[in-house]
Design a protein around this ligand. Structure first.
Ligand code: PEP
Ligand code: MG
Length: 567
C-alpha cells in the first residue's frame, strides 16, 4: 500500500514535564486551571464520541466511554488538586506526578489485563495535559479540518482517532511510537491505510505541507522527494489499483492448482467489520479470528453475553462459511505499545500470555468458552487455542469445556457437542511434538509469526533484531514440515495463519511442503489464489523432497530459485 500526499502534523500532549511551582497566592487559580482543563478534555471526548460514524467498531466507542469515565472519576483529579494545594506544584507538574504514581500502581498489579490499563491512563492524562498547554485546540481543529488526501504525522494515533481520520479522508499515517502489532496498526491494516510506525522524531523532521510518500509495504517514508521519485510512486499506486481490478477476475474461480489439487484459502479477522472484506475477496472460511481486540481499550473485559452477541453477528455475516474463533491471546506484546520497564515478567513474550493466562485466570476464560459453545449451536464454528506448549494444557481446556458443557446442558442451553477444537502451533516445543498435539486435537494451525520469533530467538516487535526474522531459515522450514507431516499422518487438517501464509512469495514453497490451508488478511487472498492456480503441486513436492536433506547447506535464494523455475 502506497500513499502520496502533503504532511499534516498532529500535535499531542507530551507527558514529560519540567518541575514547576506556583506562589501561594496563585494556588486557587492553578486549581481552577486544572478543573477547566479536565472539563475541556471531557467536552472534547464527548464531541469526538458524537462525531464517530455509526459503523465504528463497538469496542472503539466503548474505549471512548472508558476514557470519559476516567476523566469523571475523582480518583484522577482530586489527588492532583491536593498536590497543587499542599505542595504548590504547577497543574502540569502535579498531574505528571499523579500520573506516575498511578502508572506505577498499575504496573505492579499481578493481573496482566489490569496492568495493561496504564495505556489508558496515559491517553487520558495526555489529553488533559494538552488542554493545560492549550495544544488540544490545534489537535481538535486538525481532527475537524480538511485533511482529505493528507499523510497524518503524529507522535501517536489512538485507534478512535485513526477511525475519524480515515473517515475524513486521511491517506496514510506516520507515527513516532508503536510497532506493527499495536492497536492502531491492526486497525490501519483492516482499513487499508498505509501506515509506518516507530519513525523516531518524525514530528520534528517532517514539515507541514511537504509532500510525503508512505509505503506501508516496505515501511518507507520519503520526504522532499523530487519529481521523478513522486512520479515513480504515483505510477506504482496506479499500477496497484489496476492490479486489484485485474485480481478481481479470479474471485469466482476455484483455488485449485493446475494439477487439480484444491486449496482452502481462508481469512484472518481482526475486527467484526473485516467480515465484508473476507467475503469480498472470496474466503471460504475464517481461519483465525483474533479476539484480543475485544478486550483492548476498555476498563472491563467483555462478559459472556457480549462475546456471544459479537460472535453471532460475525457468524450471521459469514453466510454459512465456517468461523474459527481463537481464544484470548493477551499478554506479551499484545497490549503494550511502548517498551515497559521490567515488571513481574522481564520477558513477557515468554511469560503468562495466551492459553497460560487463560488457564491461570478461568474467570477471564470461561465467559469466552461459554459464548463459543453457545454459538456452536447456530452454525459452523471452530475453537482455536493459542500458544500451546504442552498437551497438559489441552487436557486442562478439555476439562473446563466438559464442565461448561454440563452446565449448559443443565441450563437447557443448546450447543454443538462436537465443536471442533484446534490448536495453534507456534511454540517450537509444540512443533517438535506435533503428533502428540494432532492426536488430541481436531485440527492444527501454524502461527509462523510466533514460531519464527521463538525458534530464532528474536523479539518480533524489536526493530533492532528484525533483520534476523527469516521465514526461510532451515530450522523454521523443518518445523513447518514436521507439523504438516504430523497432521497428514493422523488425518488432521493443518492450516497456516501467520503472515507467511498471506505472502505470495512463499506460496509455492508452502504448497511444496504439503500445506493445503492458508489463512491470511483478506487483502492477500486473491494474490495467493493467483499463484495457486498457476502452479502444479506435484513437481513442487518432488523438488522439496529432493532439496529437503540439503536445506542446511543451500541458501534461501537457491531454494526459491529452484521452486520458481518449475512450471
Ligand atoms: C502467529 O503467531 O503466527 C499468529 C497468527 O498469531 P498472532 O500474530 O496473533 O500472535
Ligand atoms: Mg501468535
Amino acid at each position: 500500500m502506497v500513499a502520496v500526499g502533503p504532511a499534516y502534523l498532529l500535535q499531542q500532549g507530551c507527558l514529560s514535564v519540567e518541575p514547576g511551582y506556583v506562589p501561594a497566592d496563585r494556588v486557587g487559580l492553578e486549581i481552577d486551571r486544572l478543573e477547566s482543563a479536565f472539563s475541556a478534555a471531557r467536552q472534547s471526548l464527548q464531541n469526538l464520541r458524537q462525531q464517530i460514524p455509526d459503523s465504528t467498531p463497538q469496542d472503539v466507542a466503548e474505549f471512548l466511554q472508558a476514557h470519559l469515565l476516567m476523566l469523571e472519576d475523582r480518583g484522577l483529579i482530586d489527588p492532583t488538586r491536593e498536590l497543587i494545594r499542599t505542595e504548590h506544584f504547577s497543574a502540569e507538574w502535579a498531574l505528571q506526578q499523579h500520573r506516575d504514581a498511578l502508572v506505577q500502581a498499575f504496573e505492579s498489579m499481578e493481573d496482566p489485563y489490569l496492568r495493561s490499563r496504564r495505556e489508558d491512563v496515559d491517553h487520558v492524562v495526555g489529553q488533559v495535559m494538552s488542554f493545560l498547554r492549550q495544544e488540544e485546540n490545534a489537535r481538535e481543529k486538525a481532527l475537524e479540518g480538511d485533511i482529505s488526501g493528507c499523510v497524518i504525522v503524529a507522535h501517536d494515533i489512538p485507534p478512535a482517532e485513526a477511525i475519524l481520520l480515515h473517515h475524513r479522508g486521511a491517506a496514510a499515517f506516520v507515527t513516532e511510537l508503536g510497532g506493527p502489532l499495536s492497536h492502531t496498526a491492526i486497525l490501519a491494516r483492516s482499513l487499508n491505510i498505509p501506515m509506518v510506525m516507530g519513525v523516531h522524531n518524525a514530528t520534528h523532521y517532517l514539515h507541514p505541507g511537504e509532500i510525503l510518500v508512505v509505503d506501508g509495504g516496505t515501511g518507507t517514508v520519503l520526504a522532499d522527494a523530487d519529481a521523478s521519485i513522486l512520479h515513480h510512486y504515483r505510477k506504482q499506486r496506479a499500477f496497484l489499483r489496476e492490479r486489484r481490478i485485474q485480481l478481481q477476475g479470479l474471485l469466482k474461480k476455484p483455488a485449485e492448482s493446475r494439477d487439480g489439487i484444491p486449496i482452502r484459502l481462508l481469512a484472518n479477522l481482526e475486527l467484526p467489520e473485516d467480515v465484508q472484506s473476507a467475503r469480498a475477496n472470496g474466503a471460504v472460511g475464517i481461519g483465525l479470528y483474533r479476539t484480543e481486540f475485544l478486550y483492548m481499550n476498555r476498563s472491563q473485559p467483555p462478559d459472556e453475553e457480549e462475546h456471544f452477541q459479537i460472535y453471532r453477528e460475525i457468524l450471521q455475516g459469514l453466510g454459512g462459511i465456517p468461523l474459527t474463533i481463537r481464544t484470548l491471546d493477551l499478554g506479551a506484546d499484545k497490549l503494550i505499545r511502548e517498551a515497559e520497564p521490567c515488571g513481574s515478567a522481564c520477558n513477557p513474550a515468554l511469560g503468562l500470555r495466551a492459553i497460560r493466562l487463560c488457564l491461570r485466570e478461568p474467570e477471564l476464560f470461561r465467559p469466552q468458552l461459554r459464548a463459543i459453545l453457545r454459538l456452536s449451536a447456530l452454525g459452523p464454528v471452530r475453537l482455536l487455542l493459542p500458544m500451546l506448549t504442552s498437551v497438559q494444557e489441552i487436557e486442562a481446556v478439555f476439562a473446563l469445556l466438559t464442565q461448561i458443557r454440563r452446565e449448559l446442558a443443565q441450563e437447557g442451553i443448546p450447543f454443538d457437542p462436537t465443536l471442533p477444537v484446534g490448536g495453534m502451533i507456534e511454540v517450537p516445543a509444540a512443533a517438535i511434538c506435533a503428533t502428540a498435539f494432532a492426536a488430541r486435537l481436531d485440527f492444527l494451525s501454524i502461527g509462523t509469526n510466533d514460531l519464527i520469533q521463538y525458534s530464532l530467538a528474536i523479539d518480533r516487535v524489536d526493530d533492532a533484531v528484525s533483520y534476523l526474522y527469516d521465514p526461510l531459515h532451515p530450522a523454521v522450514l523443518r518445523l513447518i514440515r514436521r507439523v504438516i507431516e504430523a497432521g497428514r499422518q493422523l488425518g488432521k487438517p493443518v492450516a497456516m495463519c501467520g503472515e507467511m501464509a498471506g505472502d505470495p512469495r512463499y506460496t509455492r514453497l508452502l504448497l511444496g511442503l504439503g500445506l493445503r490451508e492458508f489463512s491470511m488478511q483478506p487483502g492477500s487472498l486473491l494474490e495467493v489464489k493467483e499463484v495457486v492456480r498457476a502452479v502444479r503441486i506435484e513437481p513442487l513436492s518432488r523438488e522439496i523432497d529432493r532439496l529437503y536433506p540439503h536445506l542446511d547447506r543451500i541458501s534461501a535464494e537457491t531454494l526459491m530459485d529452484h521452486l520458481n523455475r518449475l512450471h
